[in-house]
Write a protein that binds this ligand. Sequence first.
Ligand SMILES: Nc1ncnc2c1ncn2[C@@H]1O[C@H](COP(=O)(O)OP(=O)(O)O)[C@@H](O)[C@H]1O
Ligand SMILES: [Mg+2]
Length: 341
Amino acid sequence: MARRVDRRSDVLYHLMSANCWLGLSMEALSSAIVAFAAFASVGFAISGSLTAGAAGLVVTNAIMVTGLLAGGVQTATQLEVEMNAVERIRGVSEEATPEVQTLRLMGGSFEDDDSDDEGTSSPPEWPDAELEASADALTANEELEMDAWPADSSVRFRRYWMRYRMDLPAVLRGVNLDIPAGSRLAVVGRTGSGKSSLAAALIRNPGPGCTAGSLLVGGRDVKTVPLARLRRHIALLPQEPWVLRGSVRENLGGDACADSDAWALLRSLGLADAVRNLPVEIAGSGGGLDGKLSTAAWSRGQRQLLALERAVLRRPAILVLDEATASLDEASEKRVLAAAD
Ligand SMILES: Nc1ncnc2c1ncn2[C@@H]1O[C@H](COP(=O)(O)OP(=O)(O)O)[C@@H](O)[C@H]1O
Ligand SMILES: [Mg+2]
């Protein structure tokens, strides 16, 4: 804060110095013009080609004109300074990534969802839990067909209701939402409005009998997608990051990814040094990716970054960040958003 105040004073100081200099030079110029007009008119008056009255008029006019000139220059510079604010606002509005759509969630449904009537107000017919649980197994044919899933990363909620347990009230109430493939959506809402629940719904967290309406990912109802497969393609970075006891490599998903990829991402997330400095557990192993992680030694922000790296390295079709930047500083947040791209 003190640094920012300092910078502002610094800028203000320069602005005022420049203003003083401008004022001084304008005064000097005006004085020169008036002096010239005075000497010239007095000279002409003495030589007889100008009456004394006319000479006086010339001097008065010279004073008036230079006054106007100084005023004009002052106004122009003032305008230029003020226009900086306009320029700044334009810069900021263009900086904000316009392709991120934002939706506001309130009490389990979207604020401006006026698409219908009974969708959000009346509770739905909840499906039968036992039926749903038994329908989970896929036939061999369906399993094969699933190889193509997800065809794209579009998400569509239709009159979607969700509760955590059958004896609990619904936390999502008739959500209608279309997220086209390849787009980014930010969901905002107060604590308890159901943001995390919306994310949990995507990876089929609620058990059988706890959801009603439909949720399609890549055009297919998620209820018909085997859980393992669903969660392989949809990466959810939870609000509470978790880190496994073990090496960095194990935390990043084992040998599935190349070391160079892992390091590149660690560097871009600003974690490379922290990983390099990890204590070495096994004699002979070189720290780094094989260094042992202890949950206590890493800050929440660092754990969040590592969890993000784990999610991104899997190259999921859909990446869900649940307040993933909540414990990060501004610079790390920028890095996270860049990595998410
Ligand atoms: N595991 C759970 N079991 C039962 N109720 C839950 C659970 N998680 C969240 N809820 C309830 O669901 C509602 C929405 O919570 P949540 O989705 O976490 O909101 P947000 O992420 O927007 O803060 C809250 O009323 C909360 O009490
Ligand atoms: Mg939450």
